[in-house]
Design a protein. Structure first.
Length: 65
């Protein structure tokens, strides 16, 4: 994916999250995550991505904290 594609998809995701609202955003992200994970060939590809995201969440504080 190009930088322009990443920017376009990130913007679309942010807009979708804004439209569904803060309460529904976790559900939107979960649904999107499962949809994207289902496109991978197997757990061997998915598990490292999950671990990477988990590690980043644990080591990087939320903005404003």
């Amino acid at each position: 994916m190009t930088d322009a594609d990443l920017d376009t998809t990130y913007t679309a995701l942010c807009r979708a999250m804004g439209e569904v609202g803060e309460a529904q955003s976790p559900l939107l992200l979960a649904m999107l995550s499962l949809s994207l994970l289902s496109r991978l060939e197997g757990a061997a590809q998915a598990l490292p991505l999950i671990e990477q995201a988990r590690e980043r969440c644990l080591r990087e504080p939320l903005h404003g904290d």
